[in-house]
Design a protein around this ligand. Sequence first.
Ligand SMILES: Nc1ncnc2c1ncn2[C@@H]1O[C@H](COP(=O)(O)OP(=O)(O)OP(=O)(O)O)[C@@H](O)[C@H]1O
Length: 232
Amino acid sequence: MFITIRNISKKYGQKSVLNSINLDIAQGEMFGVAGENGAGKSTLLSIIASVVKPSGGEVLIDGTSVHRGGAAIKKRIGYVPQELALYPSLRGIDNLAFWGKMCGLRGKELVLRMDEVMDIIDLRDRIKERVEAYSGGMKRRLNLGVALLHRPDLLILDEPTAGVDVRSRRQIIQALKEMSRRGSTILYTSHHLEEMEACDRIGVLKGGELLAVGVTQEVQHYLEGEQQHGKR
Ligand SMILES: Nc1ncnc2c1ncn2[C@@H]1O[C@H](COP(=O)(O)OP(=O)(O)OP(=O)(O)O)[C@@H](O)[C@H]1O
């Protein structure tokens, strides 16, 4: 799925949180949104996922407005907000089964998808343990797995690597890269540019403005230049 973001703005009361954002993301692209706390990353992602309405502008997915496209488009989007949506007292496998049924999967199809997801998130050997016994990184990976069950064409993740160790972070990024290789469009946020190296391009948000968009190195150079400039 390709994404076209046109003049998106968002206000909460008098406060402007996003200011005329324009951006095109290609089918199968892995795109990272970086920025400090409060820059507007979560707001932008939740607008693209059609969870929050913008104050102005529009988001098109495959050329159709996401806010007017209805259930057909939403079904093809997997959105993973920052908060975990898991049942800690259930086992990993039961969480997958529960959420799989919630998105309409049944019988052999459900078993097949769960099987596929366990490998992508690399949790097969721990899947029969209760989630409360999982580490933070394992919980994040399972949470990602839930979003992968319906094989979304567009995957939107808000800080999928927050609070996880290097190994889990690498596994999550690898899983996303694999999804992107298979043709899914991936969009995720992080505070850390070094977590964005696997991205095809990144965009940096600051105070609701899209400051720079490019391949990771270009953006890093740009930001270093800005820092130098600030010090003068
Ligand atoms: N529902 C809301 N009502 C009022 N203000 C909000 C609401 N949601 C977000 N904001 C404000 O919008 C701004 C951007 O928030 P947002 O969560 O999008 O930033 P972020 O870049 O994702 O930050 P973080 O890295 O901390 O997650 C912040 O100033 C925040 O306080």
